[in-house]
Design a protein around this ligand. Structure first.
Ligand code: HAM
Length: 420
């Protein structure tokens, strides 16, 4: 006999049992609601993409080490999307003549990265992507970063709970040029800078020394020429954010972002609680990515926020919504299985009044049905049998207190509706 199949899911991915999915879907609904208030529209696409989409301009680390790529039966190389930005760029470029710019678009795709599973990092996660396409730096940068902050505050976070670390590719590039680091040397430097807080000061200095120039960070501290200009532009943005009420945005010259497509402002949002060390959001301006598909460049800025880090953040700050209002309000029990038909009829009336109903289908005793209702966390219980049909009234039992109220069937929707 073959051994039974394992019930484990694939390494680094999650199963969502109804309770888990209900909670995640509820969070997404809250985010959708906030995004609609800002005029953002939802789009979607398949997780399957041609592999070359990522090879043109993405992150070397993601393309070489983290993509799930395979050859299909027609010899095409296919990649499970590791991020949404290339798909967004492809979709926008395909319809650039028809779309009304600027576009305010968002999506909540699942994305796949072959990473070592650890706190805050999985091999499949859901990632809210918010992008503003067709508007250059200035008001658009301000809007997108304000919106990032408002997504967290709309979930109950306060400014002390998170920090928005801001930098600029333009500034980093200018500083590299001032330090005489060009091409590969500049790329190596940015990769080292990205890991600076994981290295000792000596190791970082030694790495910089091997590249042949001086340290660009010194040029950022005492800027001149193009470096000064880029730094002023960035500080003006931070000032504008402050004026608009975003008080937790700070300049952080070691934020580099791994992707090759960023060209302007870049930012990451962090939890101020050290329990969650990884970035909650990451994003930036990418003004040249769309030109890879031909035609003139279309400026764009956006960010991604993963569901794993968001959940950890909400848990750490006691912000996980509890009463998410999706559990049935009332359990209709049946004294006898022949009562199920009438019970469903009563349930239909309640559903028409938008009351969530769970109808018993088993032949268990009423006592066991009450236990079942408690296990399912349904707050109210009604036994509905021939007696209730005859009298036209029911006893509504509140399970938490065991108190009962006699209510006529006609008044039941409004009696339960006030608790729904
Ligand atoms: P990213 O920084 O790679 O950016 O990802 C954005 C966010 O997704 C991260 O801050 C983190 O919350 C979450 N995330 C990333 N990888 C994982 C993982 N393995 N497990 C759990 N969560 C993860 C991007 O992907 C850009 N395409 C974002 C963007 C949109 N830039 C412009 N528009």
């Amino acid at each position: 006999m073959t051994p039974p199949l394992s019930t484990d899911s694939y390494k680094g991915v999650r199963d969502f049992y109804p309770e888990d999915w209900m909670r995640l879907a509820y969070l997404f609904e809250r985010l959708r609601h906030e995004l609609a208030l800002w005029g953002y529209e939802e789009y979607n696409a398949s997780p399957l993409e041609r592999a070359e989409l990522y090879e043109a301009k993405s992150s070397q680390e993601i393309v070489n080490e983290q993509t799930y790529t395979f050859t299909d039966r027609g010899e095409r190389r296919v990649t499970l999307r590791p991020e949404m930005t290339p798909t967004l760029a492809r979709m926008v470029a395909a319809k650039r003549r028809e779309l009304a710019f600027p576009l305010r678009w968002f999506s909540i795709p699942n994305v796949f990265r072959y990473e070592r599973p650890q706190r805050g990092r999985l091999r499949e996660h859901y990632q809210l992507n918010v992008d503003l396409v067709g508007a250059s730096a200035g008001a658009a940068d301000l809007e997108v970063i304000r919106l990032a902050a408002s997504l967290l505050t709309s979930l109950g976070a306060s400014a002390e709970d998170f920090v928005i670390k801001i930098n600029s590719r333009r500034l980093l590039n200018a500083a590299c040029a001032a330090a005489h680091l060009e091409g590969d040397a500049a790329q190596h430097y940015l990769r080292a800078l990205d890991r600076k807080d994981k290295m000792s000061a000596e190791d970082f200095a030694a790495t910089v020394a091997t590249l042949g120039g001086d340290d660009p960070l010194r040029h950022i501290e005492e800027p001149t020429g193009a470096v000064a200009e880029a730094k002023e532009e960035l500080f003006a943005l931070i000032e504008d954010l402050r004026a608009a009420g975003v008080t937790n945005a700070v300049f952080e010259p070691t934020i580099t972002r791994g992707f090759d497509y960023y060209t302007g402002v870049i930012f990451e949002v962090y939890d101020t609680d050290p329990a969650n060390a990884r970035a909650l959001f990451g994003g930036g301006r990418y003004d040249e990515l769309l030109a890879l598909f031909g035609g003139d460049p279309i400026p764009a800025i956006g960010f991604g926020m993963g569901d794993v880090g968001l959940r950890d953040f909400l848990e750490t700050h006691g912000l996980v919504p509890h009463d998410i209002g999706l559990i049935p309000t009332v359990y209709i029990g049946t004294p006898d299985s022949t009562d199920i038909r009438e019970a469903q009829r009563l349930a239909d009336t309640l559903r028409k009044s938008h009351i969530r109903v769970f109808v018993n289908l088993s032949s268990r005793s009423l006592g066991d049905q009450i236990k079942d209702a408690l296990k399912r966390s349904v707050p109210y219980f009604i036994a509905y049998g021939s007696e209730e049909v005859k009298t036209g009234s029911v006893k509504v039992k509140e399970l938490a207190t065991s108190s009962e109220t006699l209510v006529s069937v006609a008044e039941l929707p409004s009696a339960l509706g006030s608790h729904a």
